[in-house]
Design a binder for this molecule. Sequence first.
Ligand code: OAD
Length: 246
Amino acid sequence: MDVADLVAAARHCIVFTGAGISAESGVPTFRGAGGLWERYRPEELATPEAFARDPELVWRWYRWRQELVYRAGPNPGHRAVAELEAIGVVKAVITQNVDGLHQRAGSRNVVELHGSLWRARCVECGAVYRLDKPVEEAPPRCPRCGGLLRPDVVWFGEPLPRDAWERAVELASRSDVVLVVGTSGVVYPAAYIPRIAKDHGAVLVEVNVEESAITPIADFFLRGRSGEVLPRLVEEVKKGLGTRRS
Ligand code: OAD
């Protein structure tokens, strides 16, 4: 059976994504050539300690990322994932990305394991605010209590949001096919998700431009850019569904 037939026949297919799926939108990945962490040391920016030390610097970095994503848009890879959901094949997307591009492409059931660039949270009163554009002030203040707002994302050393994690584990345990797209698979606990699915009997299909920490447990490896590989896969899946239904 080839990958398209497998996906077309899946009862509970999910997609697990990382920064690679947004690379073709012009959003830099974290690792590898041109990755974000090459230019900035993560411990300087993406930690609670860094925020306590210099909230302005941390917010300037997040504002830069917000502006980048705001100007960018979803690419054919995000749209292919959304289409697989629209035709009833994909049940959910579990993403490590904070850019919101899956939702902008039309994906509806998205679990964000690492939070979102498009929310801010008050460190004093806990109020959460949705952002529809990049913040103007750095750092912004809570309109209710005047406390400092922080990006509602997961930083190094912080736990994942419990809700998102529990939903992700549940989805992974029930899945029969997982498309693992554009992730190096080295950041835990997120990287447990494909492993949990595999342990529960799912078939893993990896899409990546190069091998990753997931590759040794992947059943299929589709080498290439997700913006090229996924739209082709969708076309084949649709043909497969047509044949199965006729
Ligand atoms: P990484 O930057 O670690 O990995 C990106 C992956 O995408 C690599 O395996 C690349 O080979 C692959 N890639 C690059 N371009 C691609 C393309 N066009 N098509 C397909 N694959 C491509 O990103 P993540 O695995 O998402 O966490 O990183 C995981 C976490 O590390 C992030 O969520 C972030 C970071 O620390 C937090 O901020 C908490």
